[in-house]
Write a protein that binds this ligand. Structure first.
Ligand code: BES
Ligand code: MN
Ligand code: ZN
Length: 499
């Protein structure tokens, strides 16, 4: 979809549709007021009749409104004016775009971006309008033999800003939003692909294609022999049960003019997690195709970074493999040696994410990174703790954790910090190796993060446990593209923060 920024009066827009807001209870926004005046009170008449109360997310499509140059006027309910915040803005925007996409308009001019949102500037509104619009029209039908055509899909949105002096900020924000949305689309597509298509090999190919598309990205895809040579015994112990060969994907975007240290993103790329010999129960096991969503979000973030090309350096590392039971699979009690030299007693082969991330975190040391952030669908306990709203944020640096939480807040892609206190490490003790890969059930997300922290001692590090936010179940089943927005917002904030 294409986006443009404009400043001008709604009644003068020659467009298939002009979209204006109505507050609860029946209060016209400024742009709705202008349409009302141009049409001699037509909008207020309709509202008096009770067809649009202004309830958040409600819509009413009007045709041939006199005094305006547009074919249609879409009224969108904004809810109570004093409650119009981040979530409400996004809800109204989503409702408008969903409706536009299902009606005859292939383009529209949207005035919702003119409405004041508490504590947010025009740039925030434009960026989020773009992200939400792209999210709303996203479809995944590449696996259907007969994709259902959208009759007249929405092709172009014009977002209105209050003043001409807002145009520059609006355009910059639209570019940011579009890059984030493209990254999220990539993450969603990869996440939604089934395990028999989205293999470690495919992830490697997609990374290589990304570098073709964005020549500033340098990609290297390591195969089994190279992974062995690096001594990644922990990663390889997970891959060993599968016929699918593992991949270790490295993507570099080195664009810091002063050669500042890079930010490293690490994504868990388990393309299917059966649990291995500690096999999972059958119900909902299909969800484990999403166990590469950390990797997908890291690739999505790299795509956004490449598109925007900020003056910072960013590296993505993706250990990718399948976790399968077989005669060659790792068994409970097996002890492996990680790339760091530390040995691990694998008491549960289903705690595999931490085993592959451990070696990637050690590999990250070679970049002398400014900070490392790993992203992983790591624990079921995370879904219990924070549900589908926020991801868990764990860090050995409270300052870094605060940055990530703030970025999540700004991106409406939130994370919440949990502790990594020493007391939580005790459960990982092993009589036979340096430590075990699991502790008890209690505090499972925290002990998993504690395990990772043992491999992230040489730099500032944070871990995002995205098990609850990476995908949705039920009617809207599918990958969400989260936390691409959080990651990109955080990285772009570093552009200003760099020394
Ligand atoms: N990929 C799972 C975590 C997961 C569970 C993600 C549910 C999304 C939804 C991970 O590899 C796993 O199996 N974790 C175990 C750890 C346990 C064995 C200590 C878990 O959470 O049960
Ligand atoms: Mn598992
Ligand atoms: Zn897993």
């Amino acid at each position: 979809m294409e986006f443009t920024i404009k400043s001008g009066s709604p009644e003068k827009q020659r467009s298939a549709c002009v979209v204006v807001g109505v507050f609860d209870n029946r209060k016209l926004s400024l742009s709705a007021e202008l349409i009302d005046r141009a049409s001699n009170g037509y909008v207020s008449e309709i509202i008096r009749r009770g067809d649009m109360e202004g309830k958040l997310g409600s819509t009413l499509l009007l045709h041939n409104v006199r005094g305006t140059l547009a074919d249609r006027v879409l009224l969108v309910g904004l809810g109570k004016e004093r409650d119009f915040r981040d979530k409400e803005f996004r809800t109204a925007m989503r409702a408008a775009v969903k409706l536009l996409n299902e009606t005859g308009s292939y383009e529209a001019v949207i005035y919702l971006t003119e409405e004041k949102v508490k504590r947010r500037e025009v740039g925030w509104r434009v960026e989020h309008a773009v992200v939400v619009a792209m999210e709303a029209v996203y479809r995944f039908d590449q696996m259907k033999s007969q994709p259902t055509e959208v009759r007249r899909p929405l092709r172009k949105l014009t977002l209105s800003v209050p003043q001409r002096s807002d145009l520059a900020a609006g355009e910059k924000a639209a570019a940011r939003g579009l890059a984030i949305a493209h990254g999220m689309d990539l993450a969603r597509d990869l996440g939604n692909l089934p395990g028999n298509v989205c293999t470690p090999t495919l992830l490697g190919q997609r990374a290589a294609e990304l570098a073709q598309q964005f020549p500033q990205l340098k990609v290297e895809v390591l195969e089994r022999a190279q992974i062995e040579a690096l001594g990644m015994g922990s990663f390889l112990s997970v891959a060993s049960g599968s016929e699918e060969p593992p991949r270790f994907i490295v993507i570099e975007f080195m664009n810091s003019p002063k050669k500042a240290r890079p930010y490293v993103l690490v994504g868990k790329g388990v393309t299917f997690d059966t649990g291995g010999i500690s096999i999972k129960p059958a119900p909902d096991m299909d969800h484990m195709k999403y166990d590469m969503c950390g990797a997908a979000s890291v690739l999505g973030a790299m795509r956004a970074v490449a598109e925007l090309a900020p003056p910072i350096s960013v590296v993505a590392l993706v250990p990718a493999c399948e976790n399968m039971p077989s005669g060659r699979a790792t068994k409970p009690g097996d002890i492996v040696k990680s790339m760091s030299g530390q040995t691990v007693e694998i008491l549960n082969t289903d705690a595999e994410g931490r085993l592959i991330l451990a070696d990637a975190l050690t590999y990250a040391e070679r970049y002398d990174p400014e900070a490392v952030v790993d992203v992983a669908t790591l624990t079921g306990a995370m879904v219990i703790a924070l549900g589908n709203v926020a991801c868990g944020v764990f860090s050995n640096s409270d300052a870094l954790a605060r940055e990530l939480v703030a970025a999540g807040e700004e991106a409406y892609d939130r994370g919440w910090q949990l502790p990594l206190w020493d007391d939580y490490h005790e459960g990982l003790a092993s009589n036979f190796a340096d430590f075990a890969n699991v502790a008890g059930r209690a505090g499972g997300s925290i002990t998993a993060a504690c395990f990772l922290s043992k491999f992230a001692k040489k730099y500032d590090w944070a871990h995002l446990d995205i098990a609850g936010i990476a995908y949705r179940e039920g009617k809207e089943k599918g990958a969400t593209g989260r936390p691409v927005a959080l990651l990109v917002t955080w990285l772009l904030a570093q552009e200003g923060a760099a020394p």
